[in-house]
Design a protein around this ligand. Structure first.
Ligand SMILES: C[S@@+](CC[C@H](N)C(=O)[O-])C[C@H]1O[C@@H](n2cnc3c(N)ncnc32)[C@H](O)[C@@H]1O
Length: 282
């Protein structure tokens, strides 16, 4: 009887050991595949540090911002419209640290986006924002502008903007105001990134900005982020990530459009990171 118990215990130990080594091997294989897919060690470390920050940016988009930020030369700065708890700010600031530029984080920080942290009104998101910035060690690279995009642009006295990332109010009017408000501050060959390019307001606002010659044409897209500006400045990695000149950058495509309209008629008004509480562009 004792021998049987010993054997069963042995099998169980073997099975647990095999499962554990299988899982470890799978984890190592996954990490190795990711490396082979081309992420830099610097970005992997940045993601490991900052991925705990709540937000909507996925890994590929985080990598895009990190890589774009790394191209901004000394003497220019980065402006981010819509920082929330600092998820995107974290990747801009970590990418930028090599170039020694400042990230201007523009947001009223008054709880426009409550879903992830609290149901209270007038929640001050700046406290959590700064905790997050300090936690990942980039606080000194970031300057917060606690106001709307249009008022920050009107009073901006910083260095020319080498990278503008827009993820604020997604109405057409607000997106147009973001682009035209910041346009006078952009460096001649500024890179521009607009989040949620599939949103009607963003698509329309951006189209109008490009059509009116306020901003250069859309040059590509990485997941939800549309890119304008000189694609020849994109680092090699961004070329790999981006679907350059993809016409689908500004439209959902026939299948998606059909699905949205017919199958999920209420989808566009479901829970979203951009509730009506978004600040009016003024
Ligand atoms: C989707 S969240 C930004 C998420 C953030 N970029 C991230 O990746 O975690 C949108 C933010 O835009 C801010 N916002 C809304 N209207 C704005 C405006 N007119 N100017 C600046 N920020 C605005 C909101 O307060 C909110 O924090």
């Amino acid at each position: 009887m004792g021998q049987v118990v010993q054997s069963v215990k042995g099998w169980v130990d073997d099975a647990v050991g095999a499962t554990y080594s299988g899982l470890s091997a799978a984890r190592d294989g996954f990490a190795e595949r990711r490396r082979r897919r081309g992420e830099s060690a610097a970005f992997e470390a940045a993601f490991a540090r900052a991925s705990f920050i709540s937000g909507w940016l996925n890994r590929k988009e985080a990598e895009l911002l990190f890589e774009l930020a790394s191209t901004v030369p000394p003497g220019q700065d980065i402006v981010e419209v819509g920082s929330y708890l600092g998820r995107s700010t974290a990747f801009l600031a970590q990418g930028a640290s090599a170039a020694g530029v400042t990230v201007h984080a523009v947001d009223p920080f008054d709880g426009g986006q409550l879903q992830l942290v609290s149901r209270e009104e007038n929640f001050d998101t700046s406290k959590q924002f700064w905790r997050n910035m300090r936690e990942i060690g980039v606080a000194e690279r970031v300057e917060a502008h606690v106001t709307t995009s249009t008022s920050a642009a009107a009073s901006y006295v910083g260095r020319p903007v080498g990278l503008l990332f827009v993820d604020g109010n997604h109405s057409e009017k607000a997106v147009y105001a973001d682009g035209s408000g910041w346009a006078p501050h952009l460096a001649p060959r500024c890179l521009l990134a607009f989040d949620d390019i599939g949103w009607q307001g963003v698509t329309r606002g951006l189209h109008r900005l490009c059509a009116d010659g306020v901003l250069p044409p859309i040059a590509g897209r990485v997941d939800k982020i549309g890119l304008c500006g000189p694609a020849d400045l994109w680092p090699e990695r961004v070329r790999t990530l981006a679907r350059a000149g993809d016409p689908a950058a500004t439209s959902p495509g026939p299948l998606k459009a059909f699905f949205r309209k017919r199958v999920l008629p209420g989808a566009a008004s479901g829970p979203s990171p951009h509730p009506a509480a978004d600040r009016d562009p003024g």
